[in-house]
Design a protein around this ligand. Structure first.
Ligand code: C2E
Ligand code: MG
Ligand code: MG
Length: 691
């Protein structure tokens, strides 16, 4: 006991935190300190002199005996016997006992001394920790998300099962593995930057998605959240993260994107994708100083196909068109369906207008190829408008607008046509918009009126009829010619009510002249495409005839040759219905279009009007001479009346004399004139110039 006296030594012992005890070899307490008494809930008096067996239960007593016995046998200090001390009040404390032998001066063991430490709290804490760790482990191993920890070099230091199965490696393979193994170069860089950011800022990153490659070479997508791991000193030592496999979701998203950017019917990209690709083309062309073209193709008369054969047939036609366009174009050309019967084509790197024109013609030709609908062959056609970057527009909107306007201009030329955008077209459409705005009031304000141009019999010089021609006088626009007015009326749909008005006015005028005692003459009225397709046309004509009381045989309806190009069977059907009313039909501007002479054989037409452009060129132009002769020849053989329009000179007239035409019309005899003036001409009956 060194220099310490027994008493001092006891007083130190009495003040230590741990319980201290001494027992003899029989197990009787010889000495205990205060802490020991507190631990067991007895007083010193209650303990000293009592055998430890009496103060505990049987199991503990056996445990203690074994431990003391071992110490006795071996002489080795017995460390840490776990022991549940039963206190006087019956409660329990978790204690840790360590004990050693007490020897007498001769070295003979006479008892044991030891400490008894209350570890109840510590054990509880350890237990809590163990449980939470177990819980955490169970979660990590059972969740579907992949969990990992990497060191600062990006090598795995911890991975869970989900990560292993996602990447296709075993845990052993993964631990220590470098990132480079499970991602492509680009991704490695991306991840490096990501981890670096977490490192620099100390802020976690959430739901960052990237592409990974698995052991088997397949690729997938995952979304990771990463935070920093710090040691006790707060220094970063690695990263901890959760990665969620989002491959399925990505696939799903891609599928949704596909559906959102493609047309279900034809499988072609749709308007949304077109806008994206157009922007890419603009950026590219700008960067490399290239030109590219936007082609707007709209099928002619598609509505009629739909109406006549049903939507299924219409769908089939659209699919067929998509297939044809795809095969007619290069793989680098982009094709989209904008909706309805509208297709758009982007032609990259346009170097010459000639080449582009060739391509446009190729597109027209491929659409024009015969197509079988419900067992019958039909010829479709399209109208194409073309705009070119950069001259026709530098942005998406102006380029599309330009191509759209050009397409409308192409439609107006007649079907199966194309048109390049020009400033002229723009001006024309600006004017058109202006007209469309003022036209609705034109009828109410009586700004529309008709002029009449006589047609005469070439043999007798007698007026056989007049053609009613529409005029519009607007105080601010001045006199608007039909060439400018009709397209605006067509596109706005106003042509239908206007046409109705023309019909009624012309028939009434004809009857008024008759009532004035003038000779019965024919009345020719022009019909446009839209009117011809209007369901109420037949009724309108019936009404005009009934209200005026005019003989249907005096009414001649003129349709232009170009109208034949659009859906032929439907047109024939309308023409036949018109014929049933007893009116006459004339094919106007004949020879200007593309319809073949053979085609007119199938038409219920009474009159052919040779186009002004041909008449204007005779007799100088030999080809036009020949065309005129051919038209007359076939017309005559079909028993049709042949009218030459636009006769301006005596030379032209001379050429049209017998055996040529039946009738002539032109400035040489009279311009279109007011009804009063026309009445005067009719009353004279004959034109002197013809004699
Ligand atoms: P169109 O039916 O071929 O009418 C003949 C056109 O040729 C008229 O032009 C007439 O003024 C013009 N013309 C007649 N003789 C000569 C000539 O010797 N020399 C020249 N240079 N021209 C001559 P306009 O009145 O400007 O009408 C143009 C076109 O507008 C018409 O061509 C017709 O297709 C259409 N149109 C006129 N009125 C109506 C209408 O009420 N309804 C519809 N749908 N179209 C109409
Ligand atoms: Mg006409
Ligand atoms: Mg004409």
């Amino acid at each position: 006991m060194g220099g310490l006296k027994e008493k001092e030594y006891r007083s130190i012992i009495d003040n230590i935190q741990d319980g201290y005890f001494e027992i003899d070899l029989a197990g009787t307490y010889i000495y205990v300190n205060t802490a020991f008494c507190d631990l067991y809930g007895y007083t010193k008096e209650e303990i000293v002199g009592v055998n430890y067996r009496e103060l505990t239960n049987e199991e503990n007593a056996r445990k203690a005996f074994r431990a003391f016995n071992q110490i006795y046998q071996t002489g080795v200090t017995g460390k840490l016997i776990d022991y549940e001390a039963v206190r006087k009040d019956g409660s329990w404390r978790q204690v840790e006992i360590s004990a050693s032998l007490i020897m007498d001066d001769s070295g003979k063991p006479i008892g044991f001394r030891g400490t008894s430490r209350d570890v109840t709290e510590r054990r509880q804490m350890e237990e809590r920790l163990r449980r939470s760790e177990e819980r955490y482990r169970a979660i990590i191993e059972n969740i579907e998300d992949a969990c990992f920890e990497v060191d600062l070099k990006g090598r795995f230091t911890f991975v869970n099962d989900a990560l292993c199965s996602n990447l296709g490696y075993t845990r052993e393979e993964l631990i220590g593995m470098d990132q480079r193994k499970y991602s492509e170069d680009d991704t490695v860089r991306e991840l490096f930057l990501l981890f670096n950011k977490v490192y620099r800022t100390g802020e976690p990153v959430k739901a960052y998605s990237f592409e990974l490659s698995r052991k088997d070479g397949t690729r997938g997508f995952c979304e990771i959240s990463v935070s920093l791991i710090r040691n006790k000193q707060g220094e970063p030592i690695g990263f901890r993260g959760i990665a969620r496999d989002i491959t399925e979701r990505k696939k799903h998203e891609e599928q949704i994107r596909y559906l959102a950017t493609h047309d279900v019917l034809t499988g072609l990209p749709n308007r949304i994708m077109f806008r994206e690709v157009l922007q890419q083309n603009i950026d590219f062309a700008y960067r490399y100083r290239q030109q590219f073209a936007v082609l707007f193709a709209d099928l002619d008369g598609f509505k009629i196909v739909n109406d006549t054969f049903g939507h299924e047939a219409g769908d089939m036609v659209l699919i067929e068109c998509a297939v044809r366009l795809r095969s007619a174009l290069r793989a680098s050309d982009f094709i989209a369906r904008l909706g309805g019967d509208e297709f758009v084509i982007l032609v990259k790197n346009v170097t010459s207008i000639e080449n582009l024109t060739t391509l446009v013609n190729k597109v027209l030709a491929t659409i024009r190829e015969p197509l079988t609908i419900k067992g019958k062959e039909h010829a479709l056609s399209a109208s194409i408008g073309v705009s070119i970057y950069p001259q026709d527009g530098q942005d998406k909107q102006s380029l599309t607008k330009a191509a759209d306007l050009a397409m409308y201009a192409a439609k107006e030329k007649g079907n199966n046509n194309f048109q390049f955008f020009s400033m002229g077209i723009k001006a024309q459409f600006r004017e058109r918009t202006m007209f469309e705005e003022s036209l609705p009031q034109a009828m109410e304000r009586n700004e529309l009126f008709l002029e009449y141009q006589p047609k005469l019999d070439l043999k007798t010089g007698a007026i056989t009829g007049v053609e009613a021609l529409l005029r519009w006088y607007n105080p601010s626009l001045g006199l608007v010619t039909p060439m400018r007015l009709i397209p605006a009326a067509e596109s706005s749909g106003l042509i239908v009510p206007i046409g109705r008005w023309v019909l009624r006015t012309a028939c009434e005028k004809n009857m008024a002249w008759q009532r004035q005692g003038l000779p019965r003459i024919g009345m020719a009225v022009n019909l446009s495409h839209r009117q011809l397709m209007d369901e109420r046309l037949i009724d309108d004509i019936k009404e005009a005839l009934a209200e005026s009381g005019m003989d249907p045989g005096l009414l001649e309806l003129e349709i232009t040759e170009n109208l034949l190009l659009s859906y032929f069977p439907r047109i024939i059907n309308v023409l036949n219905q018109l014929k049933e009313l007893g009116v006459r039909l004339a094919l106007d501007d004949f020879g200007s279009g593309y319809s073949s002479l053979a085609q007119i054989r199938h038409l219920p037409v009474d009159t052919l009007k040779i186009d002004r452009s041909i008449v204007g060129n005779i007799p100088v132009n030999k080809i036009d001479m020949a065309v005129a002769e051919a038209i007359v020849g076939i017309g005559k053989s079909l028993d049709m009346t042949i009218v030459a329009e636009g006769v301006e000179t005596p030379e032209q007239l001379a050429c049209l004399q017998d055996p040529f035409c039946d009738e002539v019309q032109g400035f040489y005899f009279s311009k279109p004139v007011s009804p009063e003036h026309a009445a005067e001409l009719i009353s004279k009956r004959k034109f002197e110039t013809l004699k």
